[in-house]
Design a protein around this ligand. Structure first.
Ligand code: COS
Length: 385
């Protein structure tokens, strides 16, 4: 399929693919086994300007958009979802600053992020606030010229590795979602520490930790936007980044599909390569069709976001929902095509299937995506009346 990418977009895709094939594929099994953070790969991505893709040129980035980011994420995900999660979560953590940061904040933080010198993490989730994002308990109290943060964030991607954290905390609990605010917290701030590193089913190259705030004092200027805007900052951030999770789905599914085709051409049963059997061909045909449909949706939604469209929640949720449900199905089917071999760690599809599961869960479960889409449909229907 031709998605009419510009010359520049093709260059980004080819560069990301080259990094994926040369640097990620040879290491992915070991990174998964040892649950190691891929610092050397992050350095290569930094040297290749990959961290600056979606950051405006005035802050040291390349000034590209969601589509270019999605293309890069897809290619990295094709090789290893753990590595691509580290990279994509950096964008997730940066969106609050990009969308709502002040000029001073952007000038202070974005150039280092664009250069890949500092990684970012996004801190919304807590033990009792997952799908119910408005239920967060972490507080931020204004005392003089400082906010004092108290509480614990859970399952934070890049936690401990990142230097910059965009954190959602309650400045006025009595106001519910309207009492949340967003803040920048730097690693090393007294009162800010990290909990245990989680042991996960998949995406093991990516680090997941607790963030602990105990009377952590940050300058008043570190608020992003105004008090009470935190929930909107979080929701708009997710609206922008969920299409990237969709791109991860397309990438991991493509990676698993490629492995399944390669295997089916080589594996001989009943005197023939199994790819000659209709049962296998039909599975591969369905997989290829589903991947292409998801890619078409992800690219279209990314272009729609880049067009400056305001109402992107529904489209972004659709891209995330469709592409990640597809990724789960396609990776499971890739294991099935490869049979016993697919189940063995010797082949990468076993890891791809484990990795794919998180896509249906993080950045809002796929049940939450259906809620977001449902709510948008209700609003649209009410407008038509
Ligand atoms: N853009 C702008 N505003 C939005 C918005 C969006 N995408 N989504 C909600 N809002 C606004 C609403 O309009 C509402 O404003 P008012 O108070 O002025 O009416 C406010 O925010 C509260 O919205 P709502 O009542 O819909 O909030 P809920 O508590 O019902 O939660 C969901 C909404 C479930 C969609 C939200 O909590 C969510 O996305 N949860 C999943 C969180 C998630 O992705 N977690 C993963 C963490 S990051 S890995």
């Amino acid at each position: 399929m031709d998605y009419f990418l510009t010359e520049e977009q093709v260059m980004i895709r080819d560069l990301a693919r080259q990094i994926a094939e040369e640097k990620i594929v040879p290491q992915r099994e070991e990174l998964d086994e040892k649950e190691e953070f891929p610092w050397d790969i992050m350095k290569v991505l930094a040297q290749s300007d990959m961290f600056g893709l979606f950051i405006p040129e005035e802050y040291g980035g390349l000034g590209k958009g969601c589509l270019e980011l999605a293309i890069a994420v897809e290619e990295l995900s094709r090789a290893c979802l753990g590595v691509s999660t580290t990279y994509a979560a950096n964008a997730l953590g940066t969106y609050p600053l990009l969308l709502y940061g002040s000029e001073e904040q952007k000038k202070k933080y974005l150039p280092d992020i664009a250069a890949g010198k500092k990684l970012v993490a996004f801190g919304l989730t807590e033990a009792n606030a997952g799908s119910d994002a408005a239920g967060i308990q972490t507080t931020a109290k204004l005392e003089g010229n400082e906010y004092v943060l108290n509480g614990t964030k859970q399952w934070i991607t890049n936690g401990g590795e990142a230097e910059i954290y965009t954190i959602i905390a309650m400045t006025d609990k009595s106001k519910g979602a309207r009492g949340a605010s967003a803040f920048i917290v730097e690693k090393g701030t007294p009162g800010f520490s990290f909990g245990k590193k989680e042991k996960k089913m998949g995406i093991r190259a990516s680090t997941t930790r607790e963030l602990i705030f105990e009377n952590c004092r940050i300058p008043k200027e570190n608020i992003i936007g105004r008090e009470g805007m935190g929930f909107i900052v979080a929701m708009k951030t997710l609206d922008n980044s969920r299409v990237g999770v969709g791109a991860q789905g397309v990438g991991v599914a493509q990676g698993a599909f490629d492995e399944a085709v390669k295997f089916a051409r080589q594996r001989v049963q009943f005197g023939h390569p199994i790819i000659s059997f209709q049962a296998i061909q039909h599975m591969l045909a369905d997989m290829a069709t589903q991947i292409e449909a998801a890619r078409a949706l992800v690219y279209s939604v990314a272009r729609y976001i880049d067009s400056g469209a305001k109402d992107i929640s529904k489209a972004s949720a659709m891209a995330k929902l469709f592409a990640t449900d597809m990724a789960m199905k396609v990776t499971v089917d890739a294991v099935q095509v490869m049979g016993g071999s697919g189940y063995m760690r010797e082949y990468p599809v076993e890891k791809m299937m484990r990795d794919a599961k998180i896509l249906q869960i993080y950045e809002g479960t796929n049940q939450i995506q259906r809620n977001v889409i449902g709510q948008a449909l209700i609003k649209e229907a009410a407008k038509k009346k």
